[in-house]
Ligand binder design. Structure first.
Ligand SMILES: [Zn+2]
Length: 533
């Protein structure tokens, strides 16, 4: 690998983390800061578990094997528990990590590193974001992508057209700056304004800038249902033309009419990998998604910001046209109305949070018909929109995607505030749900495979070069869980519940979760890419 792809680590909790060389034994001081004994080590490579002790010093794993416990300052007896590398969540929206630095929903499900800036939306100034993150250290390691939507909005607003040569040049400069400031790649959100107005060549040009700086291309694709295959092909074409590694975000089949199409999407990924293209994907372990209410509206209706959106919705003829197109979009997907949609967070009237659109229409309009639901959606868009949970996937597709060896797990969540709204439960439960529901109960994949998909797989693809494996010299990001009981507790009805069966989580050798409770420690590091000069 070229040196420009290397990632450096800036610790902001206790000085620079350096790869620790073995320290000679002395009689005066213990050799290890911390020793974890008796656990079954599932090391993240996909190898089966084996009994071993793990010794930590200076934030690094110093030794794995049979280790004398008198050589340690502190010992955690982990008999009966499974020890794995801390989970790496490459698809998050924790862009304001410093606002809630304990990141408790993440660490309590075993996540020790997160990547923000997904779906095209990131901090506009990556250097400033890293500065803020450095001033307020977090409990998890933090990396970010630079978002296409953020860059496009800064240069072109929400214009529904191709960029001029000058605008494209400005966008390229912003992507270059983001990469130079330490972003790990470029993300797109091609179902959202304004990224949805871009064409493939624009994205190729911007992804090439990121690739030249060692970054990857992470894509929330243009369509995840009716045009799933074409959208996967577009992501692959962008990666190929730009010379960028590709991460397909939250891979799914989101339309009942297309259920089963995951096989075709995965076959496209396999064919690209056969051509030696570096492409991977991630998923969350649920049959529901979460997104904006606006995503159900035709993109032309969302151009120009809230004032223009309201003008269109308030004009009877234009609203009639919008409503007709929404119905068509639903019908194409095999959906009759909006009853598959539940309100996650609606600022204008939080009493609707948790209700399906049918129930909300019943409450507000006295009717649950498709028309009443669409009128309710119109009212909600006029009041600023809402975030939603969409129940429209099949178990079969989720399972098939999960079995693919190059699809990892990611939550698509931000740092959550307990009690706020009725968010998708993935932010509290995703990794624990994989280990409990999909490994232990449904046996879709094995435990070592699940761990590999949460650790070394994303670490390699994102070039977090000394994370994701339990190995001498690697960062001591470690999760201890009970493989017999680990489970997600968050449900769609009651999402604000932490995962259980995960008594210990360490980040850079510091205990962040102890006996199932957050210790308050914030030893997270900044994972910055190094761009060429
Ligand atoms: Zn997305």
């Amino acid at each position: 690998m070229k040196s420009r792809n290397k990632l450096i680590v800036a610790s902001f909790a206790f000085g620079a983390i350096v790869a620790a060389a073995p320290v000679p034994v002395t009689t005066q001081s213990p050799q290890y800061d911390l020793l974890i004994t008796g656990a079954t080590v599932v090391d993240g490579t996909g190898s089966p578990g084996r009994r071993a002790d793990v010794a930590i010093r200076g934030g690094r794993i110093l030794s794995v094997g049979k280790i004398d416990r008198t050589a340690a300052k502190e010992v955690i007896d982990a008999s009966g528990l499974t020890l794995a590398p801390g989970f790496i969540d490459v698809h998050t929206h924790a862009d304001d990590i410093w606002e809630r630095p304990k990141a408790e929903n993440f660490v309590r499900m075993g996540v020790t590193s997160i990547v923000a800036g997904n779906c095209g939306s990131s901090a506009s100034d990556i250097a400033a974001a890293f500065d803020r993150a450095a001033q307020t250290p977090a409990s998890v390691n933090f990396a970010t992508l630079i978002g296409h939507n953020t860059v496009r909005r800064a240069v072109m607003g929400t214009a529904d057209r191709a960029p001029s040569a000058g605008e494209l040049q400005k966008m390229k400069a912003l992507v270059w700056k983001g990469m130079a400031d330490g972003a790990v790649g470029l993300s797109t959100g091609l179902q959202y304004v304004p990224g949805t107005y871009s064409k493939t060549p624009e994205i190729i040009d911007l992804a090439r800038v990121a690739a030249n700086a060692g970054g990857l291309y992470a894509s929330h694709m243009r369509n995840e249902g009716t045009a799933l295959e074409a959208s996967v092909e577009e992501a692959l074409r962008i990666g190929e033309a730009a010379g960028a590694r590709v991460q397909i975000s939250h891979l799914k089949v989101d339309s009942p009419r297309r259920w089963g199409a995951s096989g075709k999407a995965l076959a496209l990924i396999d064919a690209a990998r056969k051509r030696r293209q570096e492409v991977e994907a991630d998923q969350y372990a649920y049959t529901a998604a979460s997104s904006s209410l606006g995503i159900r509206f035709p993109s032309w209706a969302l151009e120009g910001g809230q004032t223009k959106i309201s003008e269109r919705l308030n004009d009877a003829a234009t609203w009639g046209r919008i409503k007709g197109e929404i119905k068509e979009l639903l019908a194409e997907r095999g959906l009759q109305d909006l009853s598959f949609a539940k309100i996650a967070s609606y600022r204008a009237d939080p009493s609707l949070n948790g209700l399906s659109m049918a129930d909300a229409a019943g409450k507000l309009k006295g009717s649950t018909t498709a028309d009443a639901q669409l009128e309710t959606a119109r009212d909600m868009m006029l009041a600023g929109g809402a975030s939603m949970v969409y129940h429209f996937m099949s178990d079969e597709d989720v399972h098939r995607i999960m079995k693919h060896p190059f699809v990892g797990f990611a939550s698509d969540s931000g740092v959550l505030v307990p009690g706020a709204g009725v968010p998708h439960p993935r932010g509290y439960g995703n990794n624990a749900r994989v280990l409990g529901e999909y490994v232990r109960v449904r046996k879709v994949i094995t435990l070592p495979e699940a761990i590999r998909k949460m650790t070394s797989l994303p670490a390699n693809h994102f070039r977090f070069k000394d994370r994701g494996v339990i190995k001498e010299g690697y960062a001591a990001d470690i999760v201890l869980f009970d493989a017999n009981t680990v489970t997600d507790a968050a449900t769609f009805e009651q999402p604000h519940a932490y995962a259980t069966g995960i008594p210990y989580v360490l980040v850079n050798g510091v205990v962040v979760v102890k006996n199932g409770a957050h210790t308050g420690a914030t030893p997270g590091a900044l994972l910055r890419s190094v761009a060429p000069r």
